[in-house]
Design a protein around this ligand. Structure first.
Ligand code: GLA
Length: 637
């Protein structure tokens, strides 16, 4: 378990005392039990998300005004349009489906007025509905909340589809009913996917006006979106873990997906990969350009936290609406391309019964989908960034690359794409995955990128490391088991839009999602270039000391790196020991290093399945982040 200092109010005083007392702090920091090597790939492998989930969800199309005809219409349209064949196979009902919880036995009842096939004598069941979805060759998803009450009961009070009855009957969320509800939804009703929201953990405190006006039972919040110190991280995590456990119990066939929807709170960007198959990294997307930038950024620098079975989720697609409608196809293609290249789940949120061809061509771009669904599961890594232009590069399982060149700004941009961005050499062939045009280049090529445009290419050529792979090329083979972050901090690299809800009232849109200081490919944890003792590294993994990564090895025979304390470290006092393990056995290590040239580590990993990279800083005297670089880290033949 990660060793957070969770500063919920009751522990604030104790924590302050720890910070104040040098020896007490050292004791806490020196508890290195969490760095014990496992010799195994311990990342979550349960559930059906070897590649990012794809499908359709009712929310962005209808909010709570969902009904059976609309959902079945979407399912039919997925089949008829060919989108289902391209992989869009989950059909998910979001908020709005419930009528009440029957208090005699706690069973959830469906609003059969809008889901007529669910009507039974004195009861209700989604089984006829999921049978129909399954008969179409598709899978079915449902929605709940981790607390007692859902989001619509707070934010959609005008809705005709709110839960009804007494306060107890309107407690439709999972809280206190996890095993019962999961058994009902999966084993009895046959669902294959659940999205679990978190409004019930956040918005129903005793002083909330809505609690009084609607007569809800108060729930002392365990999430505070503006203060991680007032968020009970272990409790939020444990609640979601209980859903994960219940799903494993009620799905003997392992055919399910757990989608965590607590909007980047409670440090989920750090632990989501151990609990769910996908986890929201931010608040809700809206059909506005700057809001899309916001949710995209919250996932875009988290490549090392995603891998087959576990994906960063910047929220569902809004293609077809607002700034991404059929009159804004450049923006719509950008939105879709960006989601695809960072391995985001591709969940359509549009009334597909009346979708124009121009939009169907976007969701239906088989080449872009192929990039997203590549079985390697390597989320694209940010290889160039400025506020205007970003270049993301994703390694495909055959060793080729996909590259997205994104112009975030309002002026046309001239962008030099270099062989170094792609970690390739010699003549490189590019295929534009939107226009299908081809070209080739040596060294670098200049591209014109229109405002808000994203060019996406597939690149073929010789890789720089012909006989191996840099670790930064294969984030999907890396599990950051412990990232060394002691005090979770909000990530300032996320675009902060004017809030669609508050406009410019109040003090502004502040950095909100913790994870700052997390492990990064080709960057330090704090968005700097990698450099040790004056020597820059174009590639490597940047992470904090007190960390352990598991790396899958598919047949390589050597691991090599130049490891050292990064020149940007904030902790100027403590030293680090770098260790390389193979299937749990220590293969090589450095002596204690600090402020020196990077040390070469080279290990024979023939036959090894899991390489573990540990950066230990035992006997630390300072709590400040101790930044380390695994420079040029690579698996070689
Ligand atoms: C939250 C979620 C959305 C949607 C709504 C439903 O806002 O983040 O995706 O599920 O609740 O009320």
């Amino acid at each position: 378990m990660p060793r957070y200092r969770t500063l919920i109010p009751a522990t604030l005083a104790i924590a302050a005392a720890l910070f104040a007392s040098g020896s007490a702090m050292a004791d806490t920091l020196d508890a290195t039990g969490h760095l014990e090597v496992t010799g195994k790939w311990t990342a979550k492998t349960r559930g059906q998300a070897l590649t990012p989930p794809m499908g359709w969800n009712s929310w962005n199309a209808y909010r709570t005004e969902v009904d059976e005809e609309k959902v079945l219409g979407a399912a039919q349209a997925l089949v008829d349009s060919g989108l289902a064949k391209l992989g869009y196979n989950y059909v998910n009902i979001d908020d709005g489906w419930w009528l009440k919880r029957r208090t005699s036995d706690g069973r959830m009842l469906i609003r059969t007025q809008i889901f007529p096939s669910a009507k039974l004598k004195g009861d209700s069941s989604f089984k006829p509905f999921t049978d129909r979805i399954h008969a179409m060759g598709l899978k079915a998803g449902i929605y709940s909340d981790m607390g007692r009450n859902a989001c619509s009961q707070r934010f959609d009070l005008h809705s005709p589809n709110l839960p009804e009855g007494t306060a107890a009957e309107r407690e439709v969320g999972l809280y206190g009913h996890v095993d019962q509800d999961i058994d009902l939804y999966f084993r009895q009703w046959g669902f294959d996917y659940i999205k679990v929201d978190a409004c019930g953990l956040n918005y129903y405190g005793p002083d909330e006006p809505v609690v009084k006006s609607e007569g809800y039972r108060a729930f002392a919040p365990i999430i505070d979106q503006s203060a991680i110190n007032r968020t009970d991280i272990p409790k939020v995590r444990a609640l979601y873990q209980s859903v994960s456990d219940a799903l494993a119990k009620s799905n003997a066939d392992n055919d399910y997906i757990l989608s965590l929807c607590n909007w980047g709170t409670a440090d989920v960007r750090q632990w989501g990969h151990d609990v769910g198959n996908m986890w929201r990294t931010s608040q809700d997307i809206t059909p506005e350009w700057t809001r899309m930038l916001h949710t995209f950024d919250s996932a875009a620098t988290r490549a090392l936290y995603a891998h087959p079975g576990a994906w960063n989720d910047p929220d569902m697609l809004f293609v077809g609406h607002g700034d991404f409608d059929e009159n804004h196809l450049t923006e719509a293609r950008s939105h879709f391309s960006l989601w695809a290249i960072i391995n985001a789940p591709l969940i359509i949120g549009y009334d597909l019964r009346k979708a124009p061809k121009s939009l169907l061509d976007i969701w239906g771009n088989a080449d872009i989908i192929r990039i997203n669904q590549d079985r390697g599961g390597h989320q694209a890594v940010l290889e160039y960034m400025s506020d205007d232009v970003e270049i993301f590069v994703k390694t495909l399982s055959n060793g080729d690359k996909a590259v997205a060149i994104f112009n975030r700004g309002l002026a046309p941009a001239e962008v030099a794409l270099t062989a170094a961005h792609l970690k390739m050499t010699g003549t490189i062939a590019l295929t534009d995955l939107w226009s299908k045009d081809t070209q080739s280049f040596n060294g670098e090529t200049l591209m014109k990128v229109a405002p808000r445009e994203t060019l996406v290419f597939e690149a073929r050529g010789a890789r720089q490391l012909a006989e191996g792979l840099y670790l930064s090329e294969i984030p999907g083979n890396i599990h950051v088991a412990e990232d060394g972050v002691i005090v979770p901090q909000p990530d300032p690299m996320v675009h902060r839009m004017i809030s669609p809800w508050d406009s410019s009232r109040g003090g502004g849109s502040r950095a909100a999602y913790t994870g700052w200081g997390g492990a990064q490919a080709d960057s330090t944890p704090y968005d700097q270039n990698l450099q040790v003792a004056g020597h820059p590294f174009a590639t490597g993994i940047g992470i904090l000391a007190g960390s352990r990564m598991e790396v899958k090895n598919d047949g390589f025979t050597r691991f090599e790196t130049q490891a050292g304390v990064d020149d940007t470290t904030q902790n100027l006092k403590d030293a680090v020991v770098f260790q390389v393990y193979g299937d749990g056995r220590l293969l090589t290590e450095t002596k204690s290093v600090y402020g020196e040239l990077a040390k070469t580590l080279s290990a024979d990993i023939s036959g090894v399945k899991v390489v573990e990279l540990v950066a230990r800083a035992d006997n630390r005297t300072s709590d400040l982040p101790l930044i380390v670089t695994w420079g040029d880290a690579a698996l070689k033949k």
